[in-house]
Design a protein around this ligand. Structure first.
Ligand code: CU
Length: 145
């Protein structure tokens, strides 16, 4: 019975973290269903990232890439529509990949990557808006299921 309560507590904890991440209010890292979410403040900009498995969304990449890193930026609660930048991924083995952020419209930017090593990937996003250049760094831990 005790174990059951611990499980419920864990589930509700995970759920509330997810809710915060979805509202874009909290900063840090969370797991939202199948995708990983990271939110951070940089130079007064709320930057939110999602690492998503293309296969789990029934999507494929012509170059055999496996995941996309999606980004959106908010300033004073308004979405930044005009931005450009690059995302760099450093695999646990040290292998680096750089992708240009593609503008998908409505303030959604994304780049595709091949994520095929288990362990911690360093993610660095360098982006520009009309106020200048900004950098966000975070860790994404990948484990094949
Ligand atoms: Cu923020």
């Amino acid at each position: 019975m005790k174990r059951f309560y611990v499980l419920i507590a864990l589930i509700s904890l995970t759920f509330s973290v997810n809710v915060w991440a979805m509202q874009g209010m909290e900063h840090g890292t969370a797991q939202k269903g199948e995708s990983f979410v990271h939110a951070a403040m940089v130079d007064g900009i709320h930057a939110e990232f999602q690492v998503m498995d293309l296969a789990s969304m029934k999507m494929t990449d012509p170059e055999g890439k496996t995941h996309h890193v999606m980004a959106s930026f908010l300033k004073n609660s308004e979405k930044i529509i005009k931005a450009a930048g690059k995302i760099k991924l450093i695999a646990p083995s040290g292998k680096e990949q750089i992708g240009d952020m593609k503008d998908y419209g409505s303030g959604v930017f994304a780049a595709n990557f091949k994520i095929d090593e288990n362990g911690k990937y360093g993610v660095i996003c360098l982006f520009k808006d009309d106020t200048g250049q900004h950098t966000v760094k975070f860790w994404y831990e990948h484990h094949k299921m």
